[in-house]
Design a protein around this ligand. Structure first.
Ligand code: BQZ
Length: 666
């Protein structure tokens, strides 16, 4: 075992963090990357632009509706300057209309009111029906020197004032919702004022985490608005307006049920767009037209979608998109078998079999692993104010002791946990914080806690928590056994497996873990409400500005595992570093801030990480324009990164559409 002085490990710029309880740190073991991704980087503006083309055309699927007068002509449905996808950035070029893109997912839609925090079952449904102010997914392909903040989307440009406290954002003009209603600044205002800022709404973007406390929004005109921050910010802060966080919903529909506009209750508002009622209204490329619970969600093209290709064809190319409601593991099995088109392969139990199958000459998919971007961890709840009872308070008080957390971390045999998931070189220890595939990861700032039962026991003895009644389980001061309920998603086999190993390893140091499976549809609410003593979940940090409140003390009420806000001593150092990270224009300062976050998380065992593994993207060969090298996750999940609106299949290979001729709503 190699010991080094921490000050030697940390880069000079990160010199000033408060050190943990020991002045010694262990190096991370050497990592062998499994990434086989190979791709060329392009410029930030090479993917798509905004502009007007002489003529537009549409999927033949819509011709009759236009002829019947049920839909306006395509040119009248598009903005004057739609988003134009660049042909040169398409590996297979301009596409052909029609066919079905077949997803398989393990989630179940909770509802369509995403602004109130509801999820749509994940696996790409949310990213099909929602469009956000900015976009992160395609950034994986953008070269380093162009990596400043998010890519534009509904917001086509923005400018900062001199001291970078106010940013003025310009919306695309003439975008329409899937029912034809104009999208404008009122939708953005409703999203911000009546959702993000309203404490009664469980918005995904939380009021205090976007540029710190006190951020205000001002409407300037129909297509212009600004944010004013209480301290200088950089483009990085705008990354928080991508994915599920900055995606407006239809204010013309939702206002009626919001209490600020006469709606009866917040509960009714949240449930205003139930999952079983279709179609909802969205801005996305596809809109759900059918939801058969536990079976299938069918989506059809949005006739008002605001993106085109260079030949003027309105996107998307696929008429229909399916989400078969199955299991996450089945997503990979079906994609390998050719009955599904897409999978983020993330269930280690499938890896070896999938690799073998994909090498068969008739295999419909190829497998290329990316870097390690999937990592699992235990969140211990540090919030005393929401403890369920005296016992829970006593437990959480213990969780707040750094030595207790370090003991748990040293009790983990991470190699054994990894091998219980999948044999071979896939798993690597995860200490929490940035995973090794993150652009922000720094091995030297990562404190490793080697498997050491003796040390774990010594740390616990030092805290005075001993086994006073001789039953093999250590006791709290009150005399009770230390039993930690840990919740996990029942739909995730790889979580169950890891927890079995962790439970056995904790038993060796006299800590009893009690895994409790929770339905995946509810786990979001449990997590965001901090309604647990401990939670086991896949929660790697790849990009710190994304779903920040899940992982970092970025503002009041964050992270979810310390909602009450009585800070652990080092949390303010993380908060300060995060503030620097999103506000500095100096890349070296940003790196130093990320390293400070990483050092504080890992030295203090802020979370108890288990293992991290690489993932591979599987896409059926008949799907064109899926760019080789697309990672499962980098700035966003692959469903966004691959840009599904420009994927297509040649007519002779298209699957039969179930809802041919059906249009979402018009
Ligand atoms: C990818 C993703 C797309 C959420 C979800 C799900 C939720 C979490 C996370 C992943 C699924 C897939 O992940 O596992 O491969 O398709 O949907 O959104 O696990 O429970 O809350 O953050 O993204």
């Amino acid at each position: 075992m190699k010991n080094n002085m921490k000050s030697v490990l940390l880069s000079a710029t990160a010199c000033c963090i408060a050190f943990g309880t020991s002045s010694w740190a262990d190096d991370m073991p050497p990592e062998t990357s499994m990434s086989g991704l190979d791709y060329e980087l392009i410029g930030r503006d090479d993917l798509y632009s905004y502009g007007s083309l002489g003529a537009y055309s549409q999927s033949p699927d819509l011709d009759q509706l236009v002829a019947d007068g049920a839909l306006p002509a395509v040119a009248d449905r598009l903005p004057a300057e739609p988003i134009i996808m660049t042909t040169a950035a398409m590996v297979d070029g301009i596409g052909e209309y029609g066919g079905v893109f077949r997803h398989v997912i393990g989630g179940r839609p909770e509802g369509w009111n995403w602004m109130a925090g509801q999820h749509q079952g994940w696996g790409g449904i949310n990213m099909a029906v929602q469009e956000c102010l900015v976009r992160q997914g395609p950034r994986w392909q953008v070269r380093g020197e162009d990596q400043t903040g998010p890519l534009p989307n509904l917001v086509h440009s923005w400018t900062w004032n001199d001291d970078r406290t106010t940013v003025t954002l310009n919306l695309m003009e003439g975008v329409r919702w899937s029912d034809g209603d104009p999208f404008d600044v009122e939708d953005v205002r409703f999203w911000w004022e009546d959702n993000v800022q309203d404490p009664n709404v469980a918005s995904r973007l939380t009021a205090n985490t976007f540029g710190g406390e006190g951020t205000t929004m001002e409407v300037i005109d129909d297509y212009t608005f600004s944010f004013t921050f209480t301290s200088p910010q950089s483009d990085a802060v705008l990354e928080g307006l991508a994915y599920i966080q900055g995606c407006p919903g239809p204010s013309h529909i939702l206002k009626a049920s919001h209490p600020n506009y006469g709606g009866s209750s917040y509960e009714d508002y949240t449930g205003a767009l139930p999952a079983d009622i279709t179609p909802p209204v969205g801005l996305g490329a596809w809109i759900p037209v059918e939801h058969i619970p536990d079976e299938l969600v069918v989506m059809r093209r949005n006739p008002y979608y605001f993106k085109v290709d260079e030949s003027g064809q309105q996107l998307p190319y696929f008429d229909e998109m399916h989400f078969r409601l199955s299991t996450w593991s089945d997503r990979t099995v079906q994609t390998v078998a050719g009955t599904g088109d897409f999978s983020n392969m993330e269930n280690p139990g499938n890896y070896v079999e999938t690799l073998q199958q994909s090498q068969q000459p008739d295999s419909p998919v190829r497998v290329a692993f990316g870097p390690r971007v999937l990592g699992w961890l235990i969140n211990l709840n540090y919030d005393l104010s929401s403890a369920a009872d005296d016992y829970d308070t006593e437990l959480r008080t213990l969780f707040r002791e750094t030595d207790f957390r370090l003991a748990l971390s040293h009790a983990l045999d991470r190699d054994a946990i990894g091998q219980s998931l999948v044999r071979g070189p896939f798993a690597y220890p995860y200490m929490g914080g940035f995973v090794t595939g993150s652009p922000y990861y720094d091995a030297a700032s990562t404190d490793f806690h080697p498997y050491n039962v003796e040390q774990a026991n010594a740390l616990l003895d030092g805290l005075g928590v001993t086994d006073t009644d001789g039953n093999g389980v250590r006791n709290l001061a009150s005399g009770e056994d230390i039993e930690i309920d840990v919740q996990f998603d029942s739909g995730r086999n790889e979580e169950r497996r890891q927890l079995d190993a962790v439970t056995a390893q904790f038993a060796d140091i006299g800590i009893r873990l009690i895994p409790r499976a929770v339905d995946g549809t509810n786990i979001d609410t449990i997590r965001a409400g901090g309604a647990y003593t401990a939670l086991f979940q896949r929660r790697p940090i790849v990009v710190p500005t994304r779903e920040t409140c899940e992982s970092l003390p970025s503002g009041d009420g964050c992270p979810y595992f310390n909602i009450g806000g009585e800070r652990l001593p080092f949390e303010s150092d993380i908060t300060a570093a995060y503030t620097t990270l999103v506000s500095t224009l100096d890349p070296a300062e940003q790196v130093a801030a990320a390293n400070t976050i990483q050092a504080n998380i890992t030295e203090n065992a802020y979370v108890i990480g288990t293992v991290q593994i690489p993932a591979a993207l599987l896409i059926n060969d008949r799907i064109k324009n899926a760019h080789p090298g697309t990672p499962v996750f980098m700035y966003e999940w692959a469903e966004d990164a691959v840009m599904r609106e420009r994927l297509w299949t040649p007519a002779d290979e298209q699957e039969t559409e179930l809802y041919d001729g059906t249009v979402a709503e018009y």
